[in-house]
Ligand binder design. Structure first.
Ligand SMILES: Cc1cc2nc3c(=O)[nH]c(=O)nc-3n(C[C@H](O)[C@H](O)[C@H](O)COP(=O)(O)OP(=O)(O)OC[C@H]3O[C@@H](n4cnc5c(N)ncnc54)[C@H](O)[C@@H]3O)c2cc1C
Length: 464
């Protein structure tokens, strides 16, 4: 067996990015992956396929709702569901093959199969044992179940996000359990396809942790698109019978019991770290209370020579967070100073409009007793947005009241997921809102709304 500098278990965005960076820095590297294809949850059943379905159904929405307004007349496209799924699978294939190509280009070995760690320095895959100076666990996460209900998921009638990305047909009715990012993205996909979608959320507002003003506007806009919401409700039972599902829930305010029937139930109550089968108990690796692998600032576990990154450790379960940790750890192992700034990790919801945020929310600033100012700008005042039927939403910039340093930014509007990055860069450089406000922005672009919100932190926006 070859002796490696690094063996990584898992080829998701954490594992594959880490492997490529390790190889680029001169470390002999292998990745163990049990799936048929590389790329992990993100490329196979997560970020990429969900965005393909959002793109396809958003195009349909545009054709149905906005084409005629622009003088583009004629029948709206009809949906060929099999072809839409084939398009999504093709997108997955292109991306996963792309990682295979990058592995070959960078001389990263793919050890196919499920790996476990019998002892530090060794990874067992099937009957083979491979040796490595450093072992990195990047085994990702799995869909979580409904807390306290332990629903039997068949991935046909009662599905996780994985099943929701390959339903046999478009359901007439769908209940989504959980008003978080995944539930709302996939709920939007089906609502645009004509499914009657009801979202049940335990808390009183959707997208927990989001800036409250943004969350409120977001729910309002999704309701306008036909999604129904039941908030402050705990689901106690979900059962499938004869190809249909029944959902039982109780409203938290008065404990009243209710029932809903649906063709499909999507359980989207979050994700849990995937740690089974790795042999962690035998190694005595310390875990957090929430079942994640505990690591120090350099991603080292409690066992020397074993590290962990991505969804399997603490922090937001996001592909780019996993990627950044992968790069940072590769640099640390190569003797460099790898580092992730957890204060500047953007979060995006790829619905229409998109929702994006970075840094602190207004609620967090209030809780910390910080002296802050708010600069807001509506996309209604943005010429490009008005032309593109994208005037719904706003930018909210939060800056320190005295120093004007940007503390956070929350956007609901067109291309919010791309716009947010100018604030990420600004925050990395410790910029003030005025720095952003004084930067020339091309006209007509959505990004002018970012500048206007920054101007609103000072003497005022121009187009408000
Ligand atoms: C529907 C959906 C949509 C999402 N959309 C987004 C989005 O738009 N943006 C975003 O940032 N995040 C999104 N996410 C979250 C994102 O997919 C994860 O945060 C990300 O994939 C985590 O990367 P990772 O490398 O930690 O693990 P994963 O991507 O989960 O990869 C882990 C890999 O390890 C493999 N593995 C596990 N155990 C073993 C073993 N013992 N031996 C061999 N292989 C093993 C698994 O097969 C898997 O391929 C989405 C998730 C879902 C489910």
């Amino acid at each position: 067996m070859a002796q490696y500098d690094v063996i990584i278990i898992g080829s998701g965005p954490g594992g594959y990015v880490c492997a490529i960076r390790c190889a680029q820095l001169g470390l002999k590297t292998a990745v163990v992956e049990g799936r048929e294809t590389l790329g992990g949850t993100c490329l196979n059943v997560g970020c990429i396929p969900s965005k393909a379905m959002l793109h396809a159904t958003h195009s349909l929405h545009e054709a149905e709702h906005n084409f005629a307004k622009m003088g583009l007349k004629g029948k709206s496209p009809s949906v060929d569901w099999k072809q839409m799924l084939a398009y999504k699978d093709d997108v997955i294939g292109q991306n996963t093959k792309g990682i295979e190509f990058l592995f070959k280009k960078n001389k990263v070995d793919w050890i196919k199969g499920w790996g476990s760690i019998p002892e530090a320095g060794k990874v067992k895959v099937g009957d083979d044992t491979h040796n490595a100076k450093h072992i990195i666990i990047a085994s990702g996460s799995d869909s979580a179940n409904v807390p306290g209900a332990e629903v039997e998921i068949d991935e046909k009638v009662i599905v996780t996000s994985t099943g929701a990305l390959e339903l046999a047909s478009i359901p007439k009715t769908m209940v989504v359990v959980g008003g978080g990012v995944i539930g709302l993205e996939l709920g939007s996909v089906y609502a645009r396809l004509g499914t009657d979608v009801t979202v049940i959320e335990y808390l009183d507002a959707i997208t927990p942790g989001q800036d409250a003003e943004v969350a409120k506007q977001f729910q309002r806009l999704l309701q306008k698109q036909g999604l129904k919401f039941i908030t402050g409700a705990g689901v106690s039972k979900v059962e499938a019978k004869g190809g249909k599902a029944t959902v039982n829930y109780a409203l938290r305010k008065n404990d009243s019991q209710h029932e809903l029937k649906a063709d499909t139930v999507l359980v989207a109550t979050g994700r849990k770290p995937h740690t089974e089968g790795l042999g962690l108990d035998g190694l005595g690796i310390k875990m957090t209370k929430r079942g994640q692998i505990a690591v120090d600032d350099g991603y080292a576990t409690s066992v020397e020579g074993i590290y962990a990154i991505g969804d399997v450790i603490e922090g937001p379960m996001l592909a780019h967070k996993a990627e950044d940790e992968g790069m940072a750890l590769a640099e640390i192992l190569a003797g460099q100073a790898g580092h992730v700034n957890y204060d500047v990790i953007p979060g995006v919801i790829y619905t229409h409009p998109e929702v994006a945020s970075v840094g602190m929310t207004e609620e967090q600033l209030k809780e910390e007793g910080r002296d802050y100012k708010v600069g807001k700008f509506s996309f209604m005042g943005n010429g490009r947005a008005k032309a593109n039927f994208a005037g719904d939403g706003f930018v909210k910039m939060l800056a320190d009241a005295k120093t004007d340093r940007i503390l956070g930014c929350h956007v609901i509007g067109p291309m919010a997921g791309d716009l947010i990055h100018e604030v990420c860069v600004a925050m990395e450089f410790g910029a003030a809102a005025e720095d952003l406000a004084r930067t020339c922005h091309a006209h007509p672009t959505y990004s002018e709304a970012m500048r206007e919100a920054a101007l609103a932190c000072g003497d005022g926006a121009i187009h408000a």
